[in-house]
Design a binder for this molecule. Structure first.
Ligand code: BTX
Length: 327
């Protein structure tokens, strides 16, 4: 582990306390001069660190930047989020995650960026990803599941996101089929799952997550103002983004392990409990046709069941669906 990471971990383990140079040098296995040099580097990175003779160093404030060190400090997982590739500005985190995955990046690797200049949604739609205010990240997973089950991973991710939003902000999110998180009638988050597979074998999935964390109303462009919101707007508080990502990774690992062991049932019931869609009259457009009906629930595999005006039930697969809700 690098020395900067060790120092940050030590600060996180003893919040608001002074830690002596001696103690830090023992923890990190280096000289006190080396500690002092790394403290200076951390200050350059935006950490506010108080130094008092005889008492040592104390962390006053961490920068509001998403660094690998901040995410890993205090992260209680064994694989999700244990490798973090952090960038300032990139076109999109998705191709970077694909590249890393194809070169063997381990399951749980996170690619994050402060800003995306070409953030993408589904079907080539753009995803607005301004600097410093959101969480734009791609998670690499390698589940041993058959190809037709992969849309379940999007539903699982939505459940975990909704749970983490609730736990960290107290606002109540709803999941809109297939891949959006809503607060009230506005979108706060979207999920884009991309797949790399051969015949029936999944090599890896890249789960892209866009979450509007700290945008103010003015930060949204005109075309999004009436359809998008942020956690800050809804909760009235700034979100600690690194902490949110840690809690997300922990919740994800728990839910994912349970899913790999026990199957889809728990995800299904959690998804249905938090659904924005179920009970609503919706229009679903596929390439072949447009269907209208009431969303009844998910089947055992996670496929949405729609009941039309004649009472006939239809299965709606996420893969070929373009979704519009009337209500
Ligand atoms: P989607 O196709 O369901 O949603 C895209 C639509 O959402 C856009 O057409 C626009 O109307 C609206 N939109 C765009 N930006 C925002 C925003 N910031 N907040 C609310 N609504 C918006 C959803 O696709 C999947 C988004 C995944 C984004 C992540 S970010 C990390 C990763 N990298 C990347 O390029 N994409 C993913």
């Amino acid at each position: 582990m690098n020395i900067k990471q060790e120092i940050i971990n030590a600060f996180h383990a003893k919040p608001r306390e002074f830690i002596s140079g001696e103690e830090l040098s023992q923890t990190c296995g280096c000289s006190r001069t080396a500690i002092w040099k790394h403290i200076e580097e951390l200050r350059k990175d935006g950490y506010e660190i108080e130094a008092v003779r005889k008492s040592g160093y104390r962390l006053i404030a961490a920068p509001d930047r998403l660094s690998a060190e901040e995410i890993r400090a205090g992260l209680d997982t064994y694989r999700i989020g244990q490798v973090v590739m952090a960038h300032d500005s990139v076109p999109s985190t998705q191709p970077l995650a694909h590249e890393a995955a194809s070169k063997g990046a381990p399951e749980g690797t996170l690619v994050i960026a402060e800003q995306q200049t070409g953030g993408k949604g589904r079907l080539g739609r753009p995803w607005h990803s301004p600097s410093g205010t959101g969480i734009w990240m791609s998670l690499i997973v390698r589940p041993a599941i058959p190809l037709p089950k992969t849309p379940q991973m999007t539903l699982l991710t939505a459940v975990v996101l909704a749970k983490t939003i609730w736990e960290e902000t107290g606002v109540e999110p709803k999941i809109k089929w297939p891949n959006d998180i809503f607060i009230g009638d506005k979108k706060v988050s979207g999920i884009l799952t991309e797949l790399n597979a051969e015949s029936d074998r999944v090599n890896y999935l890249v789960i892209g997550i866009g979450l509007n964390a700290n945008m103010t109303r003015e930060d949204f462009p005109e075309e999004l103002a009436s359809i998008a919101t942020s956690l800050r707007i809804e909760s009235g508080k700034k979100l600690k983004r690194a902490r949110f990502i840690q809690r997300f990774c922990e919740n994800f690992e728990r839910e994912y392990d349970d899913y790999l062991r026990e199957g889809f049932e728990r995800v299904k019931s959690e998804w249905e409990q938090n659904s924005y869609t179920i009970g609503k009259w919706i229009t679903v457009s596929t390439i072949q046709q447009s269907l209208e009906g009431k969303a009844i629930g998910l089947d055992a595999e996670g496929v949405l069941i729609l009941e039309d005006a004649q009472g006939k039930r239809h299965k709606v697969y996420s893969a070929d669906v373009n979704y519009r809700a009337n209500s």
